[in-house]
Design a protein around this ligand. Structure first.
Ligand SMILES: O=C(O)CCC(=O)C(=O)O
Length: 286
């Protein structure tokens, strides 16, 4: 597998990659104490098949149906989300007003999907209290050719004006193996003190932004002596992570486009970061 993130190669070797530990065994029967302990131990929960696959694929189809003809490969179905290799000229910049992702996160089908009680119940069990979803829910859509992905970061650096008791749910909207741009998690990184990775922030392809840790995932893994954990995500899977867990994503190199949602929950008696109280747009600066 030839993997890159933001165009920087990361060799798929046992030194740099391991596999995420699945926790589906803790779901049926549901064991909230064990789920909390696992999240605390690993910094993430990988929950294969938590959601109904058909529902997730329906959402994928609803999103890709919003594009003008030309984005999807000829003869393919919207729910397959297969890229033609060309973005129609009339599509605005990704995620800003007028782009389908901007419209979609403000739509009823999206609200119904993220409003699935399964997600809020899980968050409440993990937070040990009634949970509230922050309104800024992000729809991420990447296609091959752009060499764009999420740099290594921790969520807390983007939401440090509210309660740090946050759980993030990352939901692949479609099958998402590493080559399709999956999320990867740095093993045990929720236990690192920020000072330990602070020097990596100087190695950056975005000098104006100190929030991300590093765009070079191989360098990050080697410097911190930890592997990136990955999985062949399938539609229906859900990842949960803590606000101090280092994660990143890989570049999308398949014809299948990468689509995912991330949604964050806090305890309903905690103070939210005010920047996360409005619907997401790609130019909101948060
Ligand atoms: O989907 C991505 O590439 C990034 C998602 C992320 O950073 C998150 O869910 O916290």
């Amino acid at each position: 597998m030839n993997l890159t993130s933001n165009g920087v190669p990361i060799p798929f070797t046992p030194e740099l990659f391991g596999r995420l530990r699945p926790s589906a065994d803790l779901l049926a029967p549901r064991d909230p104490d064990a789920l909390r302990e696992r999240l605390d131990a690993d910094g993430y929960l990988y929950l294969p098949g938590l959601l109904d696959r058909a529902e997730v694929l329906r959402l994928r189809g609803e999103y890709f149906s919003l594009f003008p003809p030309g984005l999807l490969a000829a003869g393919s179905r919207p729910e397959d989300g297969v890229f033609s290799g060309r973005v129609p000229a009339e599509v605005p910049e990704y995620g800003v007003a007028g782009h389908p992702a901007y419209t979609f996160v403000r739509s009823a089908p999206f609200d119904d999907f993220v409003g699935n009680p399964v997600l809020a119940e899980l968050a409440a069990q993990l937070l040990g209290f009634k949970a509230e979803m922050l309104p800024r829910r992000i729809l991420r859509h990447f296609h091959r050719g752009t060499l764009r992905a999420s740099r290594a970061h921790v969520d807390l650096d983007y939401m440090d004006e509210g309660s740090p008791r946050v759980v993030t749910l990352w939901i692949p909207v479609g099958d998402c193996p590493p080559q399709t741009g999956a999320l990867v998690y740095l093993e045990g990184s929720h236990r690192l003190a920020p000072e330990e990775y602070a020097p990596l922030r100087d190695v950056t392809d975005r000098p104006g932004d100190r929030r991300q840790i590093c765009h070079d995932l191989a360098l990050t893994a080697r410097t911190l002596g930890r592997r990136w954990l990955c999985a062949d995500f399938a539609a229906g899977d859900v990842m949960v992570h803590l606000p101090r867990t280092i994660h990143a994503s890989l570049d999308t190199t398949t014809d299948a486009m990468r689509l995912s949602v991330d949604a964050r929950f806090i305890r309903s008696d905690d103070t939210p970061d005010p920047r996360w109280l409005k619907p997401w747009s790609a130019d909101d600066g948060a």
